[in-house]
Design a protein around this ligand. Sequence first.
Ligand SMILES: C[S@@+](CC[C@H](N)C(=O)[O-])C[C@H]1O[C@@H](n2cnc3c(N)ncnc32)[C@H](O)[C@@H]1O
Length: 258
Amino acid sequence: MKQDMKANIPSPGHPEVEAYLADGYERVVGMSSRFAAAICARLLRLQTEEGVAGPIAEIGAFEGRFFIALAHALEPGEIGLALDIFAWPDPGVEQRFEANCARHGIGPERRRTIKGDAGMMAPSDLLAHAGGERLRFIHIDGEHSRSALSKDLALATACLSEGGLIVLDDMLHPGYPTLMVAVQAYLEANPDIVPLCVIDRETIVGATKFVLCQRAWFERYEARLLEIFKDWIWPLGADFEPHWCLVLSQDTRLAEIV
Ligand SMILES: C[S@@+](CC[C@H](N)C(=O)[O-])C[C@H]1O[C@@H](n2cnc3c(N)ncnc32)[C@H](O)[C@@H]1O
């Protein structure tokens, strides 16, 4: 049975995330979908179940909509790094980020705000913000250009822990067609990293995300995703030539051909 038939989203696996998604998420200005937030929170829970622990990060935290959902899924002692240039659309965005975190229950002890350009950041800088620990989950939602995404991917890969996940926002978005070119080049250059699943778009603003994992973790994670998200699996899957992965969607229909 689906956990939330009305909204058609899976259980995020954490009561705090569920409460925030039900009442809060839509009140924080931002872009990612609730469907993707629920899935990513559940993926964080899955990592915990598999013994993967540690800090998380978002590149492009903006006003905190998605970051707050992720931070509510942290285990005790874990922290979230929120990285952004905090200059767009105006300098007040950083204060709004801080206020939103406070309003929605993410205290300063559970997070670090990092104002800066991800493209200029060395892995050692990012890891220093995490107290020297590698990151178990990195959501990349910063500058939407091919070169910026390539740099963000290199940074994330260098900081990733064993069993870590990299999530890419705005994949296959009609406004950013060249991002896929950067992803393809990255996958070809990094054969140890593979797509774990595609999270289908909810709207043009709540766009598709790709979840990447280490190849050595793919089968273990995919077996769990098949159970956890069984009501949201689009039957045909995604063909990354030659790698295949699951597509998680709110619309699991196939084309009617007869
Ligand atoms: C689409 S918004 C992110 C939305 C957010 N993740 C949410 O859940 O609502 C993109 C963000 O990336 C930030 N950004 C753009 N270029 C960046 C860079 N080079 N380094 C860090 N952040 C950047 C922008 O300031 C903006 O806040």
